[in-house]
Design a protein around this ligand. Structure first.
Ligand code: PEP
Length: 253
């Protein structure tokens, strides 16, 4: 894979049913074919249906979570192998909603990521600080702790994505300043470089998530160490997501 190609990921969370796929065609027809990777993370119930549609080559699918083992007596859970089978190439792990609501730890995120890689899925590992840590200037130490525990050399793969998502920025219409985002991304890059070397640094994509919208996207996507975006609310409507895809495309120029 070309090193650090820009990537935009739409996380639909617990939204979307078959009937909501009517305007997805618009997205399929209008997205640029080559320059950036586009990923949609629908609810697991829609993966197979989306895969069956005529998806463009650079539009891939992602799960929103997976279990850390391959199969077994885990009622209600979905394994990485099942996501792969349903058409996913990626899986979001350690999203702040999973960390907060379901008390997922970085240790669990690491186990899930190992299973994802074993099954041929690329993990999208989310890290980010709560408001209190941000206000107390502890952002970098929180991120460092999360990375130390969530990552190991077996998780490092050519497509790995790390999403910096400040918890306080998700769905709040607030974002850190571009300088703050750049500082955290460059910190993550250095962490990868020191622990896993040059190849990993050149391939691991570090993306930003949290209240990205059409007004702030160009500034954020144009930052040197921002390789893309994880988009929640603004990915639910095909027209809104398409607008952000086009902004990312423009940020390449
Ligand atoms: C998210 O939940 O990953 C996210 C980035 O949400 P939003 O874009 O709505 O802030």
């Amino acid at each position: 894979m070309e090193a650090r190609r820009k990537i935009i990921i739409g996380n639909w969370k617990m939204n979307g049913r078959s009937k909501d796929l009517v305007d997805i065609d618009l997205l399929f027809k209008k997205i640029p074919q080559q320059e950036i990777d586009i990923v949609i993370a629908p609810p697991a119930t829609l993966l197979y249906e989306l895969k069956g549609l005529n998806t463009p080559k650079n539009l891939l699918l992602s799960g929103q979570n997976c279990h850390q083992v391959e199969s077994g007596a885990y009622t209600g859970e979905i394994s990485a192998a099942m996501l792969k089978d349903a058409g996913a190439n990626y899986v979001i792990l350690g999203h702040s909603e999973r960390r907060t609501v379901y008390k997922e730890t970085s240790t669990l995120v690491r186990l899930k990521a190992l299973e994802a890689v074993k099954q041929g899925l690329t993990p999208i590992i989310c890290v980010g600080e709560h408001l209190k840590s941000y206000e107390n200037n502890q952002t970098l130490s929180v991120i460092e702790r999360q990375l130390k525990v969530s990552l190991n050399s077996k998780i490092i793969c050519d497509n790995l994505v790390i999403a910096y998502e400040p918890v306080w920025a998700i769905g709040s219409n607030k974002t850190p300043s571009p300088e703050e985002i750049e500082k955290v991304h460059s910190f993550i890059k250095n962490h990868i470089s020191e622990r896993f070397g040059e190849h990993a640094t050149n391939h691991c994509r570090i993306i930003y998530g949290g209240s990205v919208n059409k007004n702030n996207a160009l500034k954020i996507f144009s930052l040197i160490n921002v390789d893309g975006g994880l988009i929640g609310g603004a990915s639910l409507k095909a027209t809104d997501f398409l607008e952000l895809i086009m902004i990312m495309q423009n940020s390449l120029n």
